[in-house]
Every structure is written in structure tokens, then in C-alpha cells.
Design a binder for this molecule. Structure first.
Ligand code: GLP
Length: 241
């Protein structure tokens, strides 16, 4: 594990771009696993601003999507990705993949996504982390060998994510998520965390053994894992405190 502790959110974002930018410059047809949430927004801004890098042949595969929200819904992750990243890049819409939140047959949609993940081995997977240690929408207790599935969101996740909705009642209770088995299959994994409310999950990830009670700990077995933090997210680590 490469643990990088930075001073600020901006420095964390720059450190992440220091991994992704050179990858896409070197490998024109890279496959990127992307994440939503507020954590990667600074990184996405850097990607959008750098006109020297082309995404013409890049493919992207997103981690998850709320069940019941169509891609046009302003709270869907498909909408988030278009608004915060894709519209600034020369990426082709048909090369960007996200689970279909309104698929008529959810089991079939999960199987379709698994097939896609098999066909498109990711060069890099970007991740945030939930305050309860979830990655994508793999909540505590998810088996490490899970593939794409539908999940009922933990109460704490609904609460955390409700800040982006008008009312907590509007937060969908279920989501499609890539499984932990697929997340760890990416060649390189970059997990970002900033802010005090991530510090305990980060501490458990770094200092404790792998345990399904902390889904992010599935990453501990990965051979090319970057954990990039700001000072607050690192604040409970014993060695760097
Ligand atoms: C959601 C997403 C995760 C993300 C997490 C943290 O639950 N499914 O992929 O990592 O939120 O979000 P934020 O970055 O806004 O703290």
C-alpha cells in the first residue's frame, strides 16, 4: 500500500491526478473505473482543466447507481458524471458505462454489468470511502467475493448522502453496485479520503486486519493500492499523527 498524506483537499486531488494524468497520457485507450461523491470533485476539475490529455479512446466504468433513478434525474450518478466530468472531456458517451438504475430486470442488469467488467479490464479504479467504511455501495458485511448486486443502503449512508438531496425521504434506499471482487480486479486502485468524518474508517483500513465489517479492507490484498488522504482524514492514524 502506498499511503500518501497531504495537507489539504487540493493537494490530495493533485496527488491523485499525479497517478491518473500520466496513465491516460501514456495509455490512450485506458479503462478507468470512476466514482461519484464529493471526494473526487477536485480531481475531476483537474482532469477537466488539463487540455493536454485526450480521452478520445478512453473507456470508463462507474461503480454504482441509485436504483429507481433514470440517467436524466439530477440526483442520479449518471447525471453527476456528465455534469462534473464527462461534459468537459472529449470522451465518447458510448464509452462511458454506469449501471442502469431503472433496468426493468435488476438481476439481468447486474449480469450485464458483470459481463462488461469482464470485457473491460480496468487499468485503474478510483474510490472514495463512506464514513462506515463502504466502498462503492458495498455496505458492512458484504462478502469480499461479491460481484455486481443490488444493495439496501445502510441508515448511515442514507443520512450521509442526504446532504445532496432536498429531503432525507428523497434518498433512494437501494442501489446497484459493483462488488468488492470486481473492485479489487483493477490493476491499480486509488482510494481518496478527506475530512474528519472519514478518519475512523481510514484508521481501521490502515491499522486493522481485513474484515467484511469494513468493506474497504478488501483492498488490503491489492498489490498496487494508493491511499491518498488529507490531514484530517489521516488524523487518527497512529504513525503519521
Ligand atoms: C457514496 C458513493 C461512494 C462514495 C461515498 C462517499 O455512498 N456510493 O462511492 O465513496 O458516497 O461520498 P463522499 O465522497 O461524498 O463523501
Amino acid at each position: 500500500m502506498k499511503l500518501i498524506v497531504t495537507e489539504t483537499y487540493e493537494a490530495m486531488s493533485r496527488a491523485a491526478y499525479g497517478v491518473i494524468g500520466p496513465l491516460v497520457s501514456k495509455k490512450k485507450d485506458a479503462v478507468l473505473g470512476l466514482a461519484t461523491g464529493s471526494t473526487p470533485l477536485g480531481l475531476y476539475r483537474l482532469m477537466a482543466e488539463d487540455r493536454t490529455v485526450s480521452y478520445r479512446d478512453v473507456k470508463t466504468v462507474n461503480l454504482d447507481e441509485y436504483a429507481g433513478l433514470p440517467a436524466a434525474h439530477s440526483q442520479s450518478y449518471a447525471y453527476f458524471m456528465r455534469e462534473n466530468l464527462f461534459r468537459y472531456l472529449d470522451i465518447l458517451p458510448q464509452n462511458t458505462h454506469i449501471p442502469n438504475g431503472v433496468a426493468p430486470d435488476p438481476a439481468e442488469e447486474c449480469a450485464r454489468y458483470d459481463g462488461l467488467l469482464d470485457r473491460l479490464p480496468r487499468d485503474l479504479q478510483l474510490l472514495g470511502i463512506g464514513s462506515n467504511g463502504h466502498i462503492a455501495f458495498n455496505e458492512p458485511g458484504t462478502p469480499f467475493d461479491a460481484r455486481t448486486h443490488i444493495v439496501t443502503l445502510a441508515e448511515s449512508t442514507v443520512r450521509d448522502n442526504s446532504r445532496l438531496f432536498d429531503r432525507i425521504e428523497d434518498v433512494p434506499k437501494q442501489a446497484f453496485t459493483m462488488g468488492l471482487a470486481d473492485i479489487v480486479r483493477a490493476k491499480t486502485v486509488v482510494l481518496l479520503a478527506n475530512g474528519r468524518n472519514k478518519a475512523e474508517a481510514v484508521r481501521r483500513l490502515i491499522e486493522e486486519d481485513a474484515d467484511p465489517a469494513l468493506p474497504a479492507s478488501a483492498l488490503k490484498q491489492h498489490e498496487d493500492l494508493y491511499v491518498i488522504l488529507d490531514r484530517e482524514a489521516a488524523s487518527l492514524l497512529h504513525e503519521t499523527a
